[in-house]
Ligand binder design. Sequence first.
Ligand code: CMP
Ligand code: CMP
Length: 326
Amino acid sequence: MLFLLSFAAPPPPSRFDRRVSVCAEAYNPDDEEEDTDPRVIHPKTDEQRCRLQESCKDILLFKSLDQEQLSEVLDAMFEKIVKVDEHVIDQGDDGDNFYVIERGTYNILVTKDDQTRTVGQYDNRGSFGELALMYNTPRAATIVATSEGALWGLDRSTFRRIIVKNNARKRKTFETFIESVPLLKSLEVSERMKIVDVIAERDFKDGERIITQGEKADSFYIIESGEVRILIKSKTKADKDDGNQEVEIARCHKGQYFGELALVTNKPRAASAYAVGNVKCLVMDVLAFERLLGPCMDIMKRNISHYQEQLVKMFGSSMDLADPGQ
Ligand code: CMP
Ligand code: CMP
């Protein structure tokens, strides 16, 4: 069954509501007084710094920082060991820190209309706690450790001074492009800007594999420039006899997206994607995809149904996109 994911509801109304709407729209970190705050430094051993760098290497929010900004962020981060069942964040609280996961598993719980649902998990990687700091809103979810774990925290003031400032620059850089992406046209301007806040830009060289069929999925891609080929290993008998060759099934261009199918179906990647020439993509992680692209789901579902038709046309028989194999 396709489309298993349900999309997380917005945080419940609270006494902060007026502040929420004002700050989500009127977003000007240049007005912040925090620029004058002293630089935070938590000294670390070489071993700690190595572990910290390893934990942070795939964090999308850090990808667009320059070298100096990144080292200021890493200097300010502090280690936090958590116990099983510990609440790292409670929904409704004010935001104090942003967290990067070094190890451990964590549940994401959202309470709405007195009902608490688990809307996702973190499994030994990723980060959380950015929303309250970015938008001056109460915590939107509760994060509970389901194992012993280790986190790296970044204080609110450093986060706002560096990450939020950098996001203002990102908004200026990507605003025009993001507005031109057909998939995102139905979103409000403020929703599109929230997408810019969480995306990172990634470069791929000619022939580089961006997605591998059969692998676990954690990202969604929008092509900023260049061209991407989508290839599939056909499971029809003729192709099996032929060594399970990859066959090109689509080409995607600037403004188009790929990598949504596995996130929507919760299955491995249905095809592989390769760069044709130099390619720049905007990349979003799965949790941001679920949180921010709910309103675009109908368009994506419509396109997914075309995939199946296209495969029938090409291979003469239906392939089960919900079971992509290796
Ligand atoms: P924040 O609101 O600061 O604190 C709770 C964090 O949970 C939030 O930032 C996000 O980083 C994370 N989170 C993950 N998934 C969701 C979701 N569906 N809704 C809200 N917060 C989420
Ligand atoms: P995903 O399965 O996450 O990774 C491979 C991507 O290729 C897939 O998402 C789609 O975005 C893209 N794609 C394009 N055309 C097809 C197709 N006909 N069948 C499956 N995937 C396709």
